[in-house]
Each structure stands twice: as C-alpha cells, then as structure tokens.
Ligand binder design. Structure first.
Ligand SMILES: [Zn+2]
Length: 433
C-alpha cells in the first residue's frame, strides 16, 4: 500500500490521549488499594462502569442495548442495517485483585473505533457493535465466559442463570438487578447472527515484550478442562482417634493431588493448577471430614489433555485412603485455531496502521473462544509489562494501547466490507455449503 493510503486510514484518527483517559476513568470503578481493580461481574462497581460506557456511547449517538445474559452492546448503524454486525470488544469484569487493562482495553478500544467512524463521518457498510461480555473472569460466578456462552448458545441460559456466587446470589438475581438499574436499555435476543468478532486483549504473557513487537495476531486458544473434586471422610478428635482408624479427607486429597501432579509434569507443555481448596470443618483439633478442591489442566495439545483427563477420572473416583472421592467436570474446552483469513485480515490491518506484528498462540481463555463456534473470529494482542496480569502490577504502555486500537480500526474497516465466506477457512466454508 502507498504512504498516501496509510495516511488516509481510519487508524490515523485514533486518539491515544482519549483512550488513556477512558482507561483511567473505568479503573475508578472498583479501585482498591495498591492500584488493584476489584470489579466482580454484575457488582455495583461493574454497574457503574457499564453506566459510564453507556453514557459515553449515547453522547456520540450510539444506541445501547442488552440481552438476557446482561451483555452490553453499543451499536453504530451501517449503510445496510439488515446485515449482521461486525462485533468488537471484550469484558469489563475483573479478578478480585485484577488490573485495569485485562478486558477493559478491548472494550475501550472498541468504543474509540466507533468514535473515529462517527468523527470522520464514515458509515461502515455493515453495522459495527461494541460488546462488553458478562462475567468473563468467573471469579464471582464460576465458570466464567457466561455472557459469551449465553449469547452463542442460548440453550445454555437456564444453567447460567442458576449459577450462584459464594453469598448464594444467583446470576438470575444479579442480572435482574443490573437490568432494573437502567430500564432505558432495551433487550435484544440472544443468538443473533454476527458477521465476525474481533477481540483486542492484553497478551498476559511476555512473548511480545521480549520480541519488542507491538501487535500479536492470535492463531488460536489453548484448551482447558476444569473439575471440582470432593473427598469425604469422617471427622473425629485429633487426640483420641487412632491413626489406623482414621478416614482423613485431607490426607486422601493431598495424596491424590500429588499423584496427579506427577502425571501432569511428565506431559510436555501441560499446566496443572489446584487454585481453590476448602477443608471442613477446618479446625485445628478435628480430623478433616471433607475436602473440596478445584483442578484446572491446560495444554495446546488436545491429545495430551485427554490422556491426563483419563488418569484424573480413574484416580478421582471411588475409595482412596478409606475416603470417598467424587469428581465433577465443570468445563471442557478443546484447543482451537482461528480461521486463517481472519489472521490475514488482522495482519493486513496491522500493515495499514504501519505497525509490526507476529503470530502467537493464546495460553489464556477468552470470550473469543465462544464466538469462534458461531462466526469468523480473531484476536489482537498487545504487550503487557513482564507478562503480568490478574494482579495490581498489570501494566500496558500507552503506545501499545494506541497501537492495538489502530489495528482494530483498520480491521473493522476491512471486515465491514468483506464477504462472510472470505473470512472463513476453506474447510469451514465447504461445510457451510
Ligand atoms: Zn480478559
């Protein structure tokens, strides 16, 4: 492309100062000591952040709406309003000690792109919609990605609405409260057709930083299996019950974790995490009666995940150290690859923005995983310092926020005039007939 074309591109109008101001403004909702952000899904802090985004959108003439999963949308009308929209965005909920970029960057970048279209007086061929998905993180309501799951698979909605947080509040109740908070936002149906989905996100790893490259074109997302394992024994007096007579749930659980961990480290690239562990009654002089823990395994290689899954199922069932073990799988998401044409489109957008890019694989899960199954999907990564995320020290340089948004702007301009079939792999295209 010529320099003149580069100068005319939508990306030249992206305003880095405005982006940064928006990031800072949203970080105030749920701000906690040490620079952390604590903005659980559907909380009061998140409701305030949503209201601010809606106000920003309405200020520039965008229409806001929501759906039964409380996803939030801002729509820029296209020249052909009857066509499915280009969907761009991410999430605004956070981990309990999260940073102010994870998720938020993608939503703010999407808003900036819509602003640029409006300021330049350009109407895209297809409508373009910003989305902020509900409960991506899954820290308040587990599992996460409920908004994107409900949107792409409306049949899953009853299960999603039944999920309860630790205080016993259901997602149905929390969503009703959010909707009641602003009744001026109309509800649209779940499962609407989407032209394509592009999610900008921080990398949450340090590959881009080490390579000194501002843009990552994501090739795919690593698969996950997540389980809830329960071990039931028998409580008793720590001083009087003989060792041989005990049914100590904690001893059984830690033995099981040690055994499975040894299996996991023998598999290349396998990640194994027990992030949650509850002991009952959790008293110093009482033999543990029951233990409940989470187990999360991830690997780019689906076959390796399946092999470990078989070992886990065999080990975490029936009797162990005279205790009863039971397993419940809560998530199974295989590793996936985004369509090559979407990766090429994002590369072209990066070129148009005059930036360098490299391809990389996402080790973390994202809402893009859910969208991948219903429309051509791609992701743009920007570097985050030291690869740190889900932590108050999470940091993204302003020039990288700007770079990622410029690429999104060019990508939306390209996607809004692309034919749907041109965004899918040949195989997927053939399957769609
Ligand atoms: Zn995220």
């Amino acid at each position: 492309m010529t320099v003149a074309e580069q100068r005319q591109g939508l990306s030249t109008a992206v305003d880095g100062y405005r982006l940064w101001q928006n990031i800072e403004a949203l970080a105030k909702h749920g701000a906690s000591p040490g620079g952390a952000v604590n903005r659980p899904a559907l909380s009061k802090a998140e409701a305030r952040a949503r209201a601010e985004i809606v106000a920003w959108g309405r200020e520039i003439g965008l229409s806001a709406y929501t759906d039964a999963a409380a996803n939030l949308f801002l729509r820029l009308e296209g020249q052909r309003p009857e066509l499915p929209p280009v969907l761009i965005g991410s999430h605004i909920d956070s981990q309990p000690t999260g940073g102010c970029f994870d998720g938020t960057f993608g939503v703010i970048a999407a808003l900036e792109v819509l602003r640029v279209f409006i300021e330049r007086g350009e109407r895209p061929e297809r409508p373009v919609e910003l989305v902020a998905w509900t409960n991506e993180e899954g820290s308040r309501f587990a599992p996460g990605m409920s908004g994107s799951t409900g949107f792409t698979n409306p049949q899953s909605l009853p299960d999603i609405l039944a999920i309860r947080d630790r205080a016993g509040i259901s997602m149905a109740e929390a969503i009703a409260e959010i909707h009641a908070g602003d009744e001026s936002i109309p509800e649209h149906p779940l499962g609407r057709p989407v032209h394509c989905y592009i999610e900008p996100h921080i990398e949450q790893n340090d590959v881009l930083e080490r390579a000194n490259i501002p843009i990552g074109i994501v090739t795919g997302i690593q698969g996950t299996r997540r389980y809830r394992i329960r071990v039931d024994g028998k409580a008793g007096h720590a001083g009087t019950v003989a060792m041989a007579d005990r049914r100590d749930a904690l001893i059984a659980a830690t033995g099981l974790i040690g055994e499975l961990h040894r299996e996991a480290v023998s598999l290349e690239d396998m990640k194994f995490t027990v992030g949650q562990f509850d002991v009952t009654p959790n008293a110093p002089s009482v033999i543990p009666e029951s233990v409940y823990f989470s187990l999360d395994i991830r690997c780019p290689d689906n076959a390796a995940v399946d092999r470990l899954d078989a070992k886990i199922r065999a080990a975490a069932s029936g009797d162990r150290d005279r205790c009863q073990v039971s397993l419940h799988q809560i998530t199974h998401a295989p590793s996936l690859s985004f369509p090559a044409p979407m990766q090429q489109l994002l590369e072209k957008a990066t070129e148009r923005a005059g930036l360098a890019s490299m391809r990389l694989f996402s080790a973390a899960g994202h809402d893009a995983r859910q969208l991948h199954y219903v429309c051509p999907t791609g992701m743009i990564f920007v570097p985050c310092c030291g690869g740190i995320s889900h932590h108050p020290a999470e940091w993204v340089e302003p020039q990288h926020i700007l770079a990622g948004t410029k690429v999104l702007a060019e990508a939306v301009a390209l996607a809004a005039r692309a034919e749907p079939a041109d965004l899918l792999d040949d195989k997927a295209r053939a399957a769609e007939g």
